[in-house]
Design a protein around this ligand. Structure first.
Ligand code: FAD
Ligand code: NAP
Length: 278
């Protein structure tokens, strides 16, 4: 079950950090995954899907920062992040212990390739993710433009275990049942949203790597949609380096070309983390 963390007792005694934002909510999903929300700097403007540098003050007195996709949409008053807990990770070994009222550092300079501007107009938009790679799509899925620009939005999320799917599953459920989002997106548009979660190591209703399910055609037959085509389909990809490379090859095989902010095309890719090569 998702656990809400308690309010930190010594909030008032915390020293102000540079670019400080205050944590407003923390949720733990597994011993490797948690999400948190914090205040948003008044000056911060970003496009849904972009990432920023966030962190904590290191033991050496210098900010210890890492790239994080903003998981909340650009219209939200607060910011949300979805994070891994790496037990010996310089940042997340500490970040996983933050509580409501604590401060984090947030550099308000958003960048990234997983943005609508980097794609040419299309009919169907795929979000392909593994692990914390779901984070930028949590932002884009709450952005009305996603549903205004496409007839169909297909979200795939692959994790090792069922518990690792929970943040994404809850997000999809909240979009489907949230009155404000329904109003923003348009109640009829929520019907455009297709969610396709899969696991690879624990039994679940749909098993397998999404790359395998694309190659076999199972993804398309399950959803009742035609195979990938550059005429109709657009895609955003976010996962480990190996996942990104394999999925990019499949998209290119189907005739889609990689786009960028400066030169929009049919798909865009971003790493969910650096490390653990192919
Ligand atoms: C563009 C970009 C966006 C990112 N967005 C997010 C995000 O939204 N949420 C998030 O949790 N992380 C994200 N990351 C990764 C993040 O920057 C850090 O690597 C992560 O917070 C761990 O920091 P650390 O200092 O504890 O360990 P690090 O020294 O940074 O990493 C140690 C090792 O842990 C593994 N690892 C790191 N991050 C992850 C991860 N997310 N999932 C699985 N294994 C991982 C890798 O093997 C890595 O070599 C992003 C990275 C990039 C480049
Ligand atoms: N998840 C855990 O329980 C766990 C525990 C301890 C340590 N770690 C370490 O943490 C790091 C990240 O783990 P993670 O589970 O977040 O990410 P991950 O290893 O990238 O796996 C996430 C999901 O993506 C799938 N996947 C990986 N490579 C793929 C590819 N090339 N094409 C298609 N699908 C692919 C995985 O399937 P497969 O299962 O088939 O690989 C898994 O379902 C890894 O280095 C791992 O060793 C993870």
């Amino acid at each position: 079950m998702t656990q809400l963390a308690p309010v930190s007792p010594d909030t008032a005694s915390k020293v102000a950090l540079p670019d400080a934002q205050t944590v407003t909510e923390v949720r733990h999903y597994t011993d490797r995954l948690f999400s948190f929300r914090c205040t948003r700097p008044a000056s911060l403007r970003f496009r849904s899907g972009e990432f920023v540098m966030i962190g904590l003050m290191g033991d050496n007195g210098k900010p210890l920062l890492r790239a994080y996709s903003i998981a909340s949409p650009s219209w939200d008053d607060e910011l949300e992040f979805y994070s891994i807990k790496v037990q010996d990770g310089p940042l997340t070994s500490k970040l996983q212990h933050i509580a409501v009222g604590d401060q984090i550092i947030l550099r308000p300079k958003p960048v990234g390739t997983l943005v609508h501007d980097a794609l040419l107009p299309g009919k169907r938009l795929y979000f392909f993710s593994t692990g914390t790679g779901f984070a930028p799509f949590a932002s884009l899925l709450r952005d009305p433009q996603t549903f205004e620009d496409y007839d169909e939005v297909i979200v795939t999320h692959t994790c090792r275990d069922v518990a690792e799917l929970k943040y994404g599953a809850e997000l999809i459920e909240s979009i489907r049942s949230d009155e404000m989002l329904a109003e923003l997106i348009g109640a009829e548009n929520l019907g455009k949203l297709r969610y396709y979660p899969t696991t690879t190591r624990e039994q679940s209703p749909k098993m397998g790597r999404i790359t395998t399910l694309i190659e076999s055609g199972e993804l398309f037959s399950d959803l009742g949609v035609p195979p990938l085509s550059p005429e109709t389909d657009r895609a955003m990809v976010c996962g480990s380096l190996a996942f990104n490379i394999d999925l990019k090859a499949l998209l290119e095989k189907a005739g889609l070309r990689e786009g960028a902010n400066s030169e929009p095309a049919e798909f865009v890719v971003e790493k969910a983390f650096v490390g653990d090569g192919v």
